[in-house]
Structures are given as C-alpha cells and as structure tokens.
Design a protein around this ligand. Structure first.
Ligand SMILES: Nc1nc2c(ncn2[C@@H]2O[C@H](COP(=O)(O)OP(=O)(O)O)[C@@H](O)[C@H]2O)c(=O)[nH]1
Ligand SMILES: [Mg+2]
Ligand SMILES: [Zn+2]
Length: 336
C-alpha cells in the first residue's frame, strides 16, 4: 500500500497535505436537470456523435466524468449546444446505467478490458462459410464474450453459395445457438436482408466478424442507403484492405425498430476478463449442478461437480463438453 506523509505507521492517510489547496473531493455535482437524453452513435477518440431526439449532434465528455468511458450504445445526458449545427460541441455530463457491456481484451496478455458496446442485447457473429475459411475458435471466443456479457448470440453464416453450412452447424447443435444463413443470390434479391432483419427487430444487436466475411455487405443491405459504408477492397497502392471501419458505429434499422451496432473487424477476441460463473449461466441445465463445485470452480478441474451431475443423468454430457470447450478458449489463443 502506498502511504503519504512522514509517518509510515499512520494508518489510513486520506488527506494529502498541500496538494492543490487540499480541496476536498466533492460529491456534490451539478444535477443538470436541464440535460437532454442522448444515444451515442460513434466515438472517435474524444469526439462523439450523439442522437438527441432526431438530430445527430457532436459532443465531448464533460470534465466531471473523469476517466469514465463513453462507448457506442451508451445512453447519456447532454448539455450545451444541442442544435447539431456545424462547429458546435455539446457536453456529456452523465452516462446512464448500462443494461449490458460487451467487453474484450485486446489480447489475452492484456489485463485491460475495454468496453466495446453498451446496452446491446444480441451479438451477431458473422462468419463466412468459405473465403475466408470459418474459424471455429474465433466463433467460440465470440460466443464466450456474448455469454459473459449476457447477450444472446446469433450466428450469421455468409457465402453459402461457396460452401454448405451443415458441417459448421453440427458443432453448434448442442449449444442451441440460433443462426441464419445467407448467400450472394439472397443478398441480391433481398431475401438475406429480410431473414436477418427478422432477428434484429426490436433489439440492439452488435455485429462482430473477422475482416472479409461480408459483414459490411450485409450491414449495407440492412440499413438505409444514406448510412451505407464502403465494402473492403484491397487497396492496390498499399496492398492492404481498405479498413473503413475503425470504431463501432450505431445504425438505426429502417422503421426505427432496433439498432445495429457495427464493430471493427476482430482478429482475436481477448477473454482475459471472463468469469466462468457468468458463462455457465448460458447453460441453465448445468447451473444447478454447480452447487457442489468448490468456490471459484473453473468447471474444468477434478473437484468440479458437473461430472457427477452429468453422470447422474441430469444433463447431456455433450452440453458439459461444449461448456468446457468454450471455457478452454479463454486459455488458448486464436489460431492455435
Ligand atoms: N460469394 C460471396 N461473396 C460475398 C458474400 N457477401 C460478401 N461477399 C464478398 O466478400 C468480400 C468482402 O465483403 P465485405 O462486406 O467487405 O466484408 P467485411 O470485411 O466483413 O466487411 C466482398 O468482395 C464481397 O463482395 C456472399 O454471400 N457470397
Ligand atoms: Mg467491413
Ligand atoms: Zn465446477
């Protein structure tokens, strides 16, 4: 423990003498009763765009928010110039309590968890059936992140014109994950958008996917024309993909019934922060079996009570296997 003052035996030194005039930390903040409600659409370093009524305004964090992060999907209170006129900047004075937080750690070695999206209730995991090849471990990691955050996962399998979905779906059968399959033809005739939109109505869905899977193509088929983004083509000059997506972006679904939150392409999905106890909650048939587990059980140790639970016929062994497969992705790296 770090101590201040000369006497190291002095307990609980709370007052730091002669620092900034010894001003007490104030808990009395202006209430901002006149603040408007807003919904965060984009965050680009310190600059945010916020939807207030039907206007998109520019805003920044007020100093009183300190280090508290504001992310896409946050419900916030804003004050100041709310006109949305050019060169105006409103201030975000409060972040409302979040119903969910989708987190990731940049890498498994990275102890800092970052909130990616707030208040989503569904995670669409976009995976191509070919070109690029599906990466089951990345899918598993996204599933763990969804379960950890309390979001309902939805597998979106694209490019079924190039490869069938059956093999991939087999390994998710026991998990009971919902899915939709799309193809190039169905993108062209609107059937793909219809099928996916059905799953998005009335919800806030975060879209994740490895670059090249067709996420932008799909998102563009789902949102209004003026919200569309460029799809990634390889840049002839740099040889790199045109990474048009650098941070999350909230897009309204046409008809105003739901939000789609597009996130940057993920290469890995660090899970350093994930608590096995939260992941098990996605397996209601196994939850009661954990009562006999040791404290902070990893559910993959000899003392874990789930083996007996399954042996006694309370749940399908395949479900326990699936849970352990998912939990194991926390220790493994994508690509292993
Ligand atoms: N064959 C096929 N190609 C697709 C499909 N959807 C997207 N693509 C192509 O896949 C490439 C990458 O698409 P893009 O939307 O930029 O992927 P993103 O990186 O996930 O945003 C583009 O050349 C698309 O035309 C599909 O259903 N079938
Ligand atoms: Mg894209
Ligand atoms: Zn256990």
């Amino acid at each position: 423990m770090r101590r201040y003052g000369k006497n190291p035996d002095e307990d609980d030194v709370r007052v730091r003498p002669n620092r900034k005039g010894n001003r007490p930390r104030t808990n009395i903040r202006p209430k901002h009763e006149d603040a408007a409600e807003g919904f965060v659409l984009t965050v680009d370093r310190g600059r945010l765009t916020v939807l207030v009524e039907d206007r998109t305004i520019h805003a920044m964090k007020a100093r009183e928010l300190g280090r508290k992060g504001v992310v896409v999907g946050d419900r916030v209170a804003v004050v100041g110039d709310l006109s949305g006129a050019k060169d105006t900047l409103a201030r975000i004075v409060r972040v409302e309590e979040r119903t969910s937080v989708l987190r990731r750690t940049a890498d498994d070695d990275d102890p800092f968890e970052r909130v990616v999206v707030a208040n989503a209730d569904q995670l669409a995991i976009v995976t191509a059936l070919a070109d690029p090849e599906p990466r089951p471990r990345l899918i598993d990691r996204c599933l763990v992140a969804a379960y950890d955050a309390g979001l309902e996962p939805l597998l979106v399998l694209t490019k079924s014109d190039l490869a069938p979905a059956a093999t991939l779906l087999e390994s998710y059968g026991t998990l009971g994950v919902r899915y939709v399959v799309t193809s190039r033809e169905e993108l062209a005739d609107g059937a793909a958008a219809d099928r996916v939109r059905e799953r998005l109505t009335g919800r806030t869905t975060a879209f994740v996917g490895h670059s090249g899977v067709g996420k932008t193509t799909l998102v563009n088929a789902l949102v209004a024309e003026d919200r569309r983004r460029a799809t990634g083509h390889v840049n002839a000059v740099t040889g790199r993909g045109r990474h048009t997506t650098t941070s999350a972006l909230a897009l309204p679904l046409p008809g105003g019934d739901g939000w789609l939150i597009d996130t940057p392409g993920v290469r890995s999905f660090g899970l350093h922060h994930v608590d096995p106890a939260r992941v098990v909650q996605a397996f209601p048939d196994l939850v009661p079996g954990t009562e006999g587990c040791p404290r902070a059980c990893s559910h993959d140790e000899p003392e874990c009570a789930l083996d007996q639970w399954v042996a006694d016929g309370h749940a399908d062994p395949a479900r326990l296997y699936s849970l352990r497969r998912l939990l194991a992705t926390r220790e493994r790296r994508e690509g292993d």
